[in-house]
Design a protein around this ligand. Structure first.
Ligand code: 5RP
Length: 293
């Protein structure tokens, strides 16, 4: 028998105060259901509206990438400094402690290795397993202009349909084939296709005229780091992307291949979340490199 609600005194219904109804902070995400928004809010920081994702899913097609030979040694110390980890379910289950409460974005495509045609991917993760692993999003790649363009786009739409059934956001990743020009025209095309087909956010490369890419994309964009650059150049790239409308970074090699990965991820955070200028962030990097806390 439940206890009676017989507390003495008046009940407070605050009849003259309208219920708070705050709009969801993320671009293009206002109409999503609660679960989808909650997952996105674990990836993107509500205060800055941005994210620092640490990408270390490279092994799914290129094996033990430099810097990722032992993710238990090289990645775990960095993980608490990321808003979200982009990784495969294999590394999640085998290396990442379940007590680490960072958001995770699971690589959901795969198939060919670097020895084959990379665009020939399939979906390689069941949505039920993504839910079991408490993922905050799943990611697949589109290869616009490549041999298996249509198949990769259908992978994306199938994943989005499955994600929509359970409130799982999908990250569309735009891969650029070797023979393709990496310019704003191409990136606008690839990014917009992902968004039109329902990706909740898109990962792409930073290119000149990036503001035209973010302006014509109705959902948040995070930039990939790409090949390892000198630290100052990587910080300048992150800063320019943010200034031109990116909602964060999904950076891998420029962090875990840095000469001081912990200092680098902290410097990247300062640029992304605190609008620290890249030169100042680089000074912070040098300082932290000398005296890792
Ligand atoms: C491939 C990927 C990667 O595996 C990875 O996330 C790329 O990160 P980075 O370029 O910063 O090393 O998404 O397209």
């Amino acid at each position: 028998m439940p206890e009676a609600d017989d507390t003495k005194g008046e009940k407070s219904f605050y009849v003259d105060i309208p219920q708070k109804s705050e709009p969801f902070f993320l671009k293009g995400a206002k109409a999503y259901d609660w679960g989808m928004q909650n997952r996105l809010a674990r990836i993107f920081n509500a205060a800055s509206g941005r994210t620092v994702m640490l990408a270390f899913d490279h092994g799914y097609f290129q094996g033990p990438t430099t810097g990722l030979e032992r993710p238990d040694i090289t990645i775990l110390p960095l993980a608490p400094h990321a808003d979200a980890l982009m990784l495969t379910r294999g590394i999640l289950r085998s290396v990442i402690p379940p007590a680490l409460t960072r958001a995770t974005v699971l690589r959901a495509s795969g198939g060919p290795s670097i020895l084959r045609e990379l665009s020939d991917e399939r979906i390689a993760l069941d949505m039920e397993d993504a839910l079991r692993l408490n993922a905050c999003a799943v990611a697949t790649q589109v290869f616009i202009g490549s041999a298996f363009e249509t198949q990769s786009v259908i992978n994306l739409t199938n994943l989005i349909d499955r994600g929509n059934r359970v409130g799982m956001p999908v990250l569309g990743v735009t891969a650029v084939g070797k023979e393709m020009v990496r310019d704003a025209k191409y990136i606008r095309l690839a990014v917009r296709i992902c968004a039109e087909l329902g990706a909740a956010f898109v990962k792409t490369y930073f290119v000149p005229d990036f503001e035209t890419v973010t302006a014509s994309c109705p959902v948040p964009i995070v930039i990939a780091g790409g090949k390892k650059l000198p630290e100052l150049d990587a910080l300048r790239m992150a800063s320019a992307a943010i200034d031109q409308g990116a909602a964060g970074v999904d950076m891998g090699r420029n962090i875990f291949q840095s000469e001081a990965p912990l200092a680098m991820i902290r410097a990247v955070r300062a640029v992304v979340h605190e609008n620290v200028r890249p030169e100042e962030a680089y000074e912070m990097f040098l300082e932290m490199k000398q005296r890792p806390a």
